[in-house]
Design a binder for this molecule. Structure first.
Ligand code: SF4
Ligand code: SF4
Length: 244
């Protein structure tokens, strides 16, 4: 995003709407955008608060395009053509069956509005996951930026790019969950943003989370919040739900 300085009257109306506090008033009364901090989310322009249409979405080139695809829900990812930072299939498991009964995954969400995340910090976590032998989810848009699946390293070109948030998703053996969570806790010390870890699994017939007792023993408790996508999917094959 850019401000057309020939049009801008310095009213500062756009400043409160920046998700990264990247629009700043300069000494002398002008207003400008910190190019390095802007995540290209488009919110400032979308709010339509500028009285003179001085906010301009300039044409983006790779690797800066990565900022907008992870931060602006209207910009689709190049390969999947899907929108958003996460994995659609995690929320539509009733259709995809990616997570069967007894299987478990981790969703590691890095960055939020107000702080964002550099992809070099995302790489610090993806390399830890790879070092534990966990495979990064291919359906996740982050996968397009992985240079080496064995090491979890991302393409050098994107490492300095800042995005609103990104999600790393891995499937793992339930028995290894403590090791993985402890490794994540250690790795979190070296990153410059916030990180949320979610456990992905099917609930059992009683609506309970399998392995929850085990997770509680490790000190991880559910906050009791849930998001349910109702009536949007179909069970792909009920017969295949039975896990031996
Ligand atoms: S595009 Fe987003 S991050 Fe960039 S200046 Fe506008 S609101 Fe701020
Ligand atoms: S709202 Fe428009 S005119 Fe006012 S400071 Fe922002 S860009 Fe400039």
């Amino acid at each position: 995003m850019q401000i057309n300085q020939e049009l801008c009257i310095g009213c500062q109306a756009c400043i409160p709407f920046c998700t990264m506090a990247a629009i700043r008033a300069e000494d002398g009364g002008s207003v400008d955008i910190d190019f390095d901090e802007c995540v290209e989310c488009g919110v400032c322009q979308k709010m339509n608060v500028c009285p003179v249409d001085a906010l301009v979405q300039n044409e983006l080139e790779y690797p800066r395009t990565v900022r907008s695809t992870f931060s602006n829900p209207e910009k689709p990812h190049a390969r999947t053509k899907r929108h958003g930072r996460g994995t659609e299939e995690m929320k539509t498991n009733d259709v995809t069956d990616r997570y069967r009964m007894g299987e478990i995954g981790l969703c590691i969400e890095m960055g939020r509005p107000g702080i964002g995340v550099r992809l070099r910090d995302v790489e610090k976590i993806s390399t830890v996951m790879a070092s534990l032998g966990l495979e990064l989810e291919e359906c996740n848009p982050l996968f397009d930026h992985v240079a080496d699946v064995k090491t979890g390293k991302l393409h050098q070109a994107v490492l300095n790019e800042k995005v609103m948030s990104a999600i790393i998703e891995v499937k793992q053996a339930p028995d290894a969950v403590a090791l993985v969570l402890d490794s994540l806790k250690q790795a979190a010390q070296g990153i410059d943003t916030v990180m949320t870890i979610s456990v992905i699994c099917r609930v059992d017939d009683n609506g309970e989370i399998p392995d929850y007792e085990r997770l509680k023993r490790y000190g991880y408790i559910s906050n009791g919040h849930a998001k349910v996508n109702l009536g949007l999917g179909r069970v792909s094959d009920p017969q295949e739900e039975v896990v031996s």
